[in-house]
Design a protein around this ligand. Structure first.
Ligand code: SF4
Ligand code: SF4
Length: 340
């Protein structure tokens, strides 16, 4: 596997000539320059890159051997920010966030500090039933009124197992049934369970509502599973998916597809305009994708959670690159699904 470093990925993205104009030029053409943040409503906290899976499309390059892990001290710095800002959505991601030893402590402290906030946890589902050490997590998430964002790249076993590994589909279905039994995914409980789809290869996702209807029908008819919403996310041409594209000689073909599908309407709603991303060590980024490419924030803004200053961060210029075409293609894409 090639697995280029963040710097090598940025170089490749910026210097490979696929006959596409730069993303910043494209945005300028559509009148959105300079691309800047408008506020910070969401703090997306990446608690570490360790994961029990090794998915082929992973934009994090996460896996069981990754050692990067947020400490309690850095979590405390995040909590300090939550106390003094009006951020009302905290989006916990990874890797597999459940694998951070401080996971429960962190969620409890967030809930204590912000009783009415929306706390999102992104889970690959498979840890929730497979290991004794994680078995209490579903009940814990329910008690803390956490909204679950669960990745399930298809409703068929073959498709999921080919992207995520053998046996992952069955373990995911078992976890979804367990969550449903706890009340997750049922309108009347207020316990939201949202699923995430991303394509298995270099294509754009199908229309979100249409695919949601099919997921709903298939998962209910085949397994009796219910959920609230489906988010479709475009594969970003970075990390492991970039490797896949390079190894299969599909890099320019995919970049051309993304660029040709540029939708100027998506630009206003780009998640980087309202979200701030925190790396496991507290470094700040415009989004989880820029974090993986180590693309720094606007130099005039604070660079670490310990020096958070909302006034200085809320209007920062966004650092963009060719990978940003992944967020503006078709109906647009973000961690909360489509943008238009
Ligand atoms: S895509 Fe998600 S579940 Fe898969 S390796 Fe990456 S972080 Fe883990
Ligand atoms: S990749 Fe990040 S910085 Fe680029 S458009 Fe998407 S959210 Fe914004």
């Amino acid at each position: 596997m090639l697995f280029p470093t963040a710097d090598a990925q940025v170089k490749l993205l910026e210097e490979t000539d696929c006959g596409i104009i730069s993303f910043s030029e494209k945005v300028k053409e559509s009148g959105n320059i300079p691309l800047s943040a408008t506020t910070i409503n969401v703090l997306q906290i990446n608690t570490g890159y360790r994961c029990n899976l090794l998915c082929r499309h992973c934009h994090v390059g996460a896996g069981p051997d990754r050692r990067e892990m947020m400490t309690r001290q850095t979590m405390q710095q995040c909590l300090d920010v939550l106390g003094e800002s009006s951020i009302n959505t905290i989006d916990i991601t990874g890797g597999a966030p459940e694998m951070n030893p401080e996971f429960r402590w962190f969620i409890e402290r967030i809930r204590e500090r912000l009783p009415d906030a929306t706390i999102l946890v992104r889970s690959n589902l498979t840890l929730l039933t497979a290991h004794e050490k994680y078995r209490d997590i579903p009940e814990f998430l329910k008690q803390q009124r956490v909204t679950l964002i669960a990745s399930l790249p298809c409703y068929t076993k073959d498709a999921v197992d080919s992207v995520r590994g053998k046996g992952v589909f069955d373990r995911s279905i078992a976890a979804l049934k367990l969550l449903n039994n706890l009340g997750y995914g049922k309108e009347e409980t207020g316990l939201e369970l949202n699923l995430v789809y991303n394509p298995g290869g270099p294509s754009l996702p199908e229309e979100q509502h249409q695919l949601e209807r099919r997921y709903r029908k298939q998962l209910f008819e085949e397994h009796g599973i219910v959920f609230n919403h489906l988010y479709t996310i475009t594969n970003m041409p970075i990390s492991r998916f970039l490797n896949d594209l390079l190894e299969n000689g599909q890099y320019c073909q995919y970049m051309t597809l993304l660029a040709k599908s540029y939708n100027p309407l998506a630009v206003n709603n780009l998640m980087c305009r309202t979200t701030l991303s925190v790396r496991w060590d507290g470094a700040l980024y415009d989004c989880d994708f820029n974090q993986m490419l180590n693309l720094p924030l606007d130099k005039r803004a604070p660079q670490h959670i310990s020096s958070f200053n909302k006034e200085m961060l809320r209007n920062r210029l966004i650092t963009v690159g060719q990978h940003c075409y992944g967020c503006t293609a078709g109906a647009g894409s973000s961690c909360q699904g489509t943008l238009v």
